[in-house]
Design a protein around this ligand. Structure first.
Ligand code: BES
Ligand code: ZN
Ligand code: ZN
Length: 497
């Protein structure tokens, strides 16, 4: 039997030290952050002094600039015991924020992880805020792991031990939990669809729940039928892999009052398009269609690992959208769990059909707010490009909160409008609503308008991550594949509720 690659947590291999003498530090590689233009007064200047002005000289000669994410390796530098000094650029000092530090640290790790190393030491600057420190640590953890799951010879090897020179022990610890969270989401997205299907995703959720002490329920097809989740079941009917609904509960307030937040994820473990079949190009990366589910599982696990004082429910709708002989068809009318009838015009618009039931399940739990993440529409990628997530809401103050959290984490998001005029586009001739808009224009918004039908009055924000969840090509700071986009934003949101 084929063995599925397993996920490893690395938080326990991240350490801090208060030893500040950089020249005699025992490590395989030392990483120093450099702003554009000069060595400044921070840790880079200490390295400069220890190496008798080496950095200043290289800057003068134009060999080193501090340009954003540029990595420069110096070997056996005189004055240091470390045999490898890696200098990573931060760009202009005034533009350095948590997102820049995440990506800079990640770029450095990515470069260093190309060879096995037992100890890699990062030198943090004393003036970094706790948030900046956390994000740098999370970035360093994300960069050392690539989409190597199925390669016989790995291109990237995680460090044996990562040390941060910093007094901020708690921030380094939180950063290491965030790093594991981002990497878990990436890992799940990178698994092949024959390894990650509804039941096996649910097993990953069970493992994450037992690690962090969350309660978990997994609804199988029998329970889904009892609960009236006919929309989820309809989408799943074309596959021999039965659907699952994962419900995770975390009560950080030590009471079981109403959840402060529900995190809902689209978990389509493979989207062939169903009978409205995708083209080969359009289908190639559709293992990524469970990224919303992976984002929510990772965010919830990290929130539990951080023991945040909130009550939370995570709900992930898991199905495989296939073309089997029982597959749902165009013209089918499904009565969703809420009672709303839905006419199917396109089986490839399956995510919203799945989420209809999942949103209704959390709405009936009386949660205070709902956030969902979904690789919902190609139209959102047309509107905003590959790097930016779309936001849609029925409650501006909740959406503003998401925008602020995303901004604090350096993750780009952009809100799109939800004018009532769009509602008429999802009206159906034969049922309450249909599962696509009238034409393809404004497709990301008509999809969000469909979801809005199932949240009632609960404050809700939908995040369309079809662009940023998956990178077809590598970037300096991240290998291609799953990106873990929005995991940090959601954790930041939960910390500020
Ligand atoms: N999973 C896709 C959306 C998607 C596209 C995600 C590209 C990631 C990258 C979704 O289920 C889908 O196929 N949506 C259709 C909707 C259409 C049929 C109304 C789309 O966007 O084309
Ligand atoms: Zn689809
Ligand atoms: Zn889909």
């Amino acid at each position: 039997m084929k063995k599925e690659p397993s996920f490893q947590y690395y938080a326990s291999s991240v350490h801090t030290t208060t030893q500040h003498d950089l020249s005699s530090f025992q490590t395989d590689a030392l990483v120093v952050f450099l702003s554009e233009g000069d060595v400044g007064r921070g840790k880079a200047s200490e390295i400069d002094q220890a190496t008798n002005g080496l950095l200043s000289k290289l800057i003068e000669q134009g060999e080193l600039s501090g340009e954003r994410y540029q990595c420069t390796s110096l070997f056996e530098p005189a004055g240091l015991t470390a045999s490898h000094l890696l200098i990573v650029g931060l760009g202009k000092r005034e533009h350095v924020d948590a997102g820049v530090l995440f990506r800079a640290a990640s770029s450095a790790s990515r470069q260093l992880a190309t060879s096995p190393r037992s100890i890699v030491t990062f030198v943090a600057d004393a003036h970094w805020t706790d948030t900046q420190m956390e994000q740098a640590v999370a970035g360093a953890m994300s960069g050392m792991i690539g989409q190597d799951l199925y390669r016989s010879k790995k291109k990237q090897v995680p460090f044996g031990k990562m040390i941060w020179i910093s007094g901020k022990k708690d921030a380094v610890h939180n950063g290491s939990l965030l790093g594991d969270g981002v990497n878990l989401a990436r890992h799940l997205v990178n698994l092949a669809p024959d390894d990650l299907y509804p039941e096996s995703f649910a097993e990953h959720a069970r493992a994450a729940a037992s690690k962090t002490g969350m309660e978990i329920e997994v609804w199988d097809e029998k329970k889904l039928a009892q609960e009236g989740c006919r929309a989820m079941l309809a989408v799943g009917r074309g596959s021999y892999r039965p659907p699952r609904l994962v419900l995770m509960h975390y009560n950080g307030r030590n009471d079981s009052s109403q959840p402060d937040i529900a995190l809902v994820g689209k978990g389509v473990t493979f989207d062939s398009g169903g009978l409205s079949l995708k083209t080969p190009d359009g289908m190639l990366h559709m293992k990524c269609d469970m990224a919303g589910g992976a984002t929510m599982l990772s965010a919830a696990s990290t929130i539990a690992a951080m023991k945040l004082p909130i009550n939370l429910v995570a709900a992930i709708g898991l199905v495989e959208n296939m073309t089997g002989s029982a597959a749902y068809k165009l013209g089918d009318v499904i009565t969703a769990r809420s009672g709303t009838t839905v006419e199917i015009h396109n089986t490839d618009a399956e995510g919203r059909v799945v989420l209809a039931d999942v949103l209704d399940v959390v709405r009936s739990m009386n949660t205070k707010r709902i956030i969902d993440a979904a690789t919902l529409t190609g139209a959102c990628v047309v509107a905003l490009g590959l790097d930016v997530a779309g936001l849609f809401t029925n409650n501006q103050s909740l959406c503003d909160h998401v925008i602020k959290s995303a901004h604090d984490m350096g993750e780009p998001v952009w809100q799109l409008p939800m004018f009532p005029e769009y509602d008429s586009q999802i009206k159906s001739e034969v049922a309450d609503i249909k599962n696509v808009g009238d034409g393809r224009w404004g497709g990301a918004i008509t999809a969000a308008k469909f979801l809005e039908q199932f949240v009632g009055d609960t404050p809700w924000t939908h995040i369309d991550i079809a662009g940023p969840a998956f990178a077809e090509r590598p970037r300096p700071w991240i290998d291609g594949g799953g990106t873990g986009a929005l995991v940090r934003t959601l954790i930041s949101l939960a910390r500020s509720l």
